[in-house]
Design a protein around this ligand. Structure first.
Ligand code: ADP
Length: 443
């Protein structure tokens, strides 16, 4: 049978242990009392026997025959009730007290042999142990009735105690059962007991807080993502609807389709970034890692934005060390990281400003710095720019040549850097420019 509760099991165990202890205790008390009383009785008997012997020795010298027996009877009358005495001599002397030996089942007896003159005597004395038996019976009855009562009382007390101790567990269980994804802000009641249960409740509450913040981040992410996807979708829809409103020249259709294609491209990029971030949230990025020359990855990224930079008459100044700079990581992901930073440097600079890309390797660390002389970042925005979907107001409104981002670039870059054990730092002065530097610790 499976027991239903800790309280039940505790009480049963408690009762069993208590019953065992009480039985042992009662048994020991009973046995040692019997031992004690019996040996006292024996002691008394032996004492009486030796007194009788002494008495006889004295009397035999003085009286004889019938008179002796009368004297002996007098002696015997002084013995405790239900005692008997039997004396036999080797020359036929016989004395019995009382005349008719009472049948008594429980008897304690002693025998004493002695010699007076030429005659050997055997003295048997006995007394009933009924008084002892009576006392022991009383004790037994007392113990047998008292113990169950004590056990019942103790169990009731134990059950009450354990119920009190475990009550917070029931409360916590009930509270935990009521918590779901819809009310994650609820917390478990923390009993003010300073014990294991209080600590358990506290640990659960911190876990709930972590879960709550993770769920909030996730749902915020989902909401932001849907919101971001609405804009390109709306553009695509309006372009298509406008184009379909009446018959047009092929050139007009071409324009509309180009617009649709451009928006679709933007959406694709956005969805890819989202997917990547979602996957890295689930820690299933699983990027294949291999050693490669960091100079190559940086060069690739710069080459990719070269056209964009040329369009805006911006010069890309690339400074690389002469020797290979080997890092272990994923080369495609690294290119993606620098693409995000370079893209920003170009997007957030007015035309004709240069961008400096510098790779330096010291014994301690490898640093890639991307420096622009663009609009810079306000001090109030700096702490937030790595958050997903965060865009500074300037970037939002002053749509610099229409290069609108989604606010995911830096968040992605940071995730990628972290996956490589690298960190991203930023220095920026509003209106003067920014430096983003990615640092890898040297293995
Ligand atoms: P976005 O898609 O808007 O570029 P990012 O995550 O790449 O998103 O950047 C977040 C915000 O940080 C940008 O909106 C912009 O306000 C700011 N920012 C990033 N890089 C630069 C930079 N080089 N110069 C000025 N502002 C920048």
């Amino acid at each position: 049978m499976r027991t239903r509760s800790i309280q039940f099991r505790l009480t049963v165990w408690y009762a069993l242990v208590l019953a065992g202890a009480l039985t042992l205790f009662g048994g020991l008390v009973w046995i040692s009392l019997r031992q004690r009383l019996t040996s006292e009785l024996q002691e008394n008997l032996r004492d009486s026997a030796s007194r009788f012997e002494a008495y006889m020795r004295r009397e035999v010298r003085e009286v004889s025959g019938l008179e002796l027996k009368v004297e002996m009877e007098e002696f015997c009358q002084a013995l405790p009730d239900s005692s008997y005495l039997e004396l036999r001599g080797s020359r036929g002397f016989e004395f019995r007290y009382p005349e008719q030996r009472r049948p008594d089942r429980t008897l304690q007896t002693v025998r004493r042999n002695f010699q007076i003159g030429q005659e050997d005597f055997t003295l048997d004395m006995g007394t009933s142990s009924a008084a002892i038996d009576h006392t022991l019976n009383l004790l037994g009855i007392l113990l047998l009735t008292l113990f169950p009562a004590v056990i019942v009382l103790a169990c009731a007390g134990g059950a009450w105690l354990s119920r009190r101790a475990l009550k917070p567990v029931d409360e916590i269980t009930a509270a935990a059962r009521a918590i779901g994804i819809e009310n994650l802000s609820r917390r478990l009641p923390v009993p003010d007991t300073g014990d294991e249960i209080e600590r358990l409740a506290e640990v659960w509450n911190t876990m709930l807080a972590r879960l709550e913040s993770a769920v909030t981040t996730l749902s915020q992410f989902a909401a932001d993502a849907s919101h971001e996807l609405r804009t390109p979708l709306a553009v695509i829809r309006t372009s298509a609807e406008l184009a379909l409103r009446r018959l047009r020249e092929p050139e007009a259709y071409r324009e509309s389709l180009a617009e649709v294609a451009a928006e679709a491209e933007r959406m694709t990029q956005l969805v890819e970034d989202l997917l990547f971030l979602a996957r890295s949230d689930a820690r299933t990025v699983g990027l294949p890692l291999a050693p490669f020359d960091l100079r190559d990855a940086v060069r690739d990224a710069v080459a990719e934005v070269r056209d964009l930079a040329l369009n805006r008459h911006m010069e890309m100044r690339l400074t690389l060390p002469p020797d290979p700079v080997t890092v272990t990581g994923n080369r495609a992901a690294t290119r993606r990281l620098y693409l995000a930073l370079l893209d920003n440097a170009i997007k957030y600079s007015p035309p004709a400003r240069p961008v400096n890309v510098t790779l330096t390797a010291t014994a301690q660390q490898i640093t890639v710095a991307i420096e622009d002389f663009g609009i810079g970042i306000a001090a109030t925005d700096l702490p937030n720019i790595f958050q997903r979907f965060y865009r500074a107001d300037k970037a939002r409104t002053g749509s610099l040549d229409g290069h609108g981002g989604h606010g995911l670039g830096l968040s992605l870059a940071e995730t990628l850097a972290r996956a490589h054990g690298a960190t991203i730092a930023v220095k920026s002065v509003e209106g003067e420019g920014s430096v983003f530097s990615v640092s890898y610790p040297q293995a």
